[in-house]
Design a protein around this ligand. Structure first.
Ligand code: SF4
Length: 287
């Protein structure tokens, strides 16, 4: 059975032709950048801290040398990225060091203010990278939850998505495709744990890489954002998902290879597209 993920829905909304190139034509080209390397490294360090904190003790978690762990993870993911790019380097030592230094400050701040974001009182960790494997209409659904928590008093479940960002989220907070990710997961987590959808809350935790110290008020390296997640917002997201499935798949769940997929990413979005410099694959990127 063909499977969909939220990133496929996002790609389709951005440019249906790009989705076709990726998934029907199997032309996928994922290339790492310093941002993806740093993001993966920060995720793993925070996820490790939380696992130790909830499965062992806060004291043991606080003893973790997070900045050093970050350096090791950045080195690991960078070398993996270079390997996948057939040996081509995409960053340099000075840039990697700069990111590690900035990340160390954010992680140090996280450790000192951890209690504002994660507490053991009435909360348990259900899992890290919790898989979603479900079915929706004619397709399978695949996804992973960064951090999944349960309130032991109310029974409510909380989906947490960790994001790294240069200076935090501003316009991203109103971007339906950014917010939609957790609303999409919310339905499937409710199914997985057999609870009413109203028993699932969602939250983004955004780890900034750079903050401006304005002197007058305390600087926060971590931003919390809870997008509106009532039924009306969820229905809006699934309208988009339904449109994608109806256009991209046949009734039996196979790909719709007969459809004409629009090249929508003209102008700004083409700029970031992996096919923008491959006119033999897509001629629109040149415009
Ligand atoms: S180059 Fe532009 S039009 Fe072509 S696939 Fe990418 S986003 Fe779509």
């Amino acid at each position: 059975m063909n499977k969909i993920s939220w990133s496929q829905v996002q790609t389709y909304v951005q440019c249906p032709y790009k989705w076709k190139l990726n998934y029907i034509d199997k032309n996928r080209k994922f290339t790492d950048s310093i941002y993806t390397v740093y993001g993966k490294a920060v995720h793993e360090v925070i996820q490790h801290y939380l696992t130790v904190m909830y499965d062992k003790s806060i004291k043991e978690a606080d003893e973790i040398d997070m900045p050093n762990m970050l350096v090791d993870k950045v080195k690991y993911f960078y070398s993996e990225g270079v390997k996948n790019a057939d040996g081509e380097h995409f960053s340099k030592q000075s840039e990697l060091t700069e990111f590690c230094v900035q990340g160390a400050k954010a992680l140090d701040w996280f450790k000192r203010h951890r209690g504002e974001y994660f507490t053991k009182k009435n909360w348990e960790l259900l899992g890290i990278e919790v898989p979603i494997e479900d079915k929706y209409k004619s397709v399978g659904v695949l996804g992973y939850i960064d951090v999944l928590m349960r309130n032991t008093k109310t029974g409510k479940i909380k989906i947490i998505d960790l994001k790294t960002s240069t200076m935090g989220w501003k316009k991203e907070k109103t971007d339906p495709m950014k917010r939609g990710q957790l609303l999409f997961y919310k339905k499937f987590i409710a199914d997985k744990y057999d609870v009413d959808i109203s028993m699932v809350d969602v939250e983004f935790i955004i780890i900034k890489r750079i903050v401006w110290d304005k002197g007058d008020w305390p600087v926060k390296w971590i931003q919390r954002f809870e997008p509106p997640s009532a039924n009306v917002s969820i229905n809006r997201v699934f309208k988009q998902v339904d449109l994608f499935i109806n256009e991209g798949f046949n009734k039996d769940g196979s790909y719709n290879t007969e459809a004409t997929y629009e090249k929508l990413g003209v102008n700004t979005k083409c700029k970031w597209c992996e096919f923008a410099k491959s006119p033999e694959i897509c001629d629109k990127g040149k415009k």
